[in-house]
Write a protein that binds this ligand. Structure first.
Ligand SMILES: Nc1ncnc2c1ncn2[C@@H]1O[C@H](COP(=O)(O)OP(=O)(O)OP(=O)(O)O)[C@@H](O)[C@H]1O
Ligand SMILES: [Mg+2]
Length: 308
């Protein structure tokens, strides 16, 4: 592992991300995967960076603890703005505030609020960083990462450039103000640290995270898949597994037969186009997928397909 910080030991835990467009079954697959690894005895954390998290719903957990225990070896953590602000605070908040407050009269809490809302990629960046740190700490052997719909997740990759653009203005304003003493860390150093953080996070995404894509056999989803793969490729991120969810296997009614025949061409298109990936089909179920028993069914299909 290429890491220049000598105190950092190589991470032992594996990180698997479930990505895909909205509503295709990312959280369902992530929850089933987490249950699988926990059942094998690995200390497992399912973590969500979705603004409207649903892990607690799917695991039927009412507890507000972070992380919350689901069962032996299985925990969930739904990251929210609070954690993001806390991380920003710890890593950069005071420094950037020092520069900022030299020319704008603003309170610290208000400043953090402002920064996290004005830079849209900031929260994503710090969420990646949070998971990277978790991975380094190796408190969990397996981390399952349930994400927001992919557009949002991809936006985070733009963050370094975006932040650079915003913050590059600061030194110019700074020098114009002719401040008497400049005891704070110069802004260029802060920027450099920030760039390093972004590079480390990108490195983490490239080398430590296994990307699993979830899709459904429908026109729009298949079309978008191509686009998603292209974008991930541009960032050097490789997808390993592809899950096709909501596949109709039931041929007991005309309705289902029609649906199944419609799905056929999309299924073929996916298999033709992504023959180099490990592809798993998940059937469409007639009931809501919630609670450990239902998740077990998904787990069996995702991980023991050949036995059934
Ligand atoms: N194979 C399936 N059969 C029946 N229902 C399913 C199946 N997969 C998922 N669902 C249901 O579809 C809904 C959306 O699934 P899920 O929350 O896993 O999607 P998501 O991709 O995480 O959505 P979001 O983008 O909103 O986070 C849930 O109510 C879930 O129970
Ligand atoms: Mg979800």
């Amino acid at each position: 592992m290429k890491n220049t910080e000598s105190q950092v030991t190589p991470a032992k835990s594996s990180v698997t991300m479930f990505a895909g467009k909205g509503g295709v079954g990312k959280t369902t697959c992530a929850a089933a995967a987490a249950l699988h690894y926990a059942s094998l005895g690995a200390q497992t954390l399912a973590i969500s960076t979705d603004a409207t998290p649903s892990l607690s719903h799917i695991f039927e957990i009412k507890d507000d603890e972070k992380p919350a225990r689901v069962r032996e070896a299985l925990y969930i953590n739904e990251l929210g703005m609070e954690e993001v602000k806390e991380m920003w605070d710890r890593k950069f908040g005071a420094d950037v505030f020092g520069v900022f407050s030299a020319f704008v009269s603003i309170g610290y809490a208000e400043f953090v609020e402002f920064m996290t809302s004005v830079l849209p990629g900031l929260s994503d960046e710090f969420m990646v960083d949070y998971i990277r740190e978790l991975n380094i700490k190796s408190e969990y052997e397996t981390i399952i990462w349930d994400t927001a719909p992919l557009g949002q997740t991809l936006a985070l990759l733009e963050t370094p450039a975006l932040l650079g653009k915003h913050l590059r203005m600061a030194p110019r304003i700074y020098s114009k103000l002719k401040l008497g003493q400049m005891s704070r860390e110069p802004i260029l150093d802060i920027l450099k640290r920030w760039e390093k953080l972004s590079a480390d996070n990108m490195d983490f995404l490239r080398n430590r995270v296994q990307f699993n894509m979830v899709t459904i056999p429908e026109a729009l989803a298949v079309e978008q898949l191509e686009d998603i793969f292209r974008q991930l490729n541009e960032y050097g991120l490789k997808v390993k597994k592809l899950i096709i969810n909501n596949v109709v296997k039931d041929d007991n009614s005309d309705f289902m037969l029609t649906k199944a025949s419609q799905q056929k061409s999309y299924l073929k298109a996916i298999y033709d186009r992504y023959s180099d990936l490990e592809i798993t089909e998940l059937p469409m179920f007639p009931y809501e997928l919630k609670g450990l028993d239902r998740l077990r069914e998904i787990e069996r299909i995702l991980f023991h397909n050949k036995e059934s």
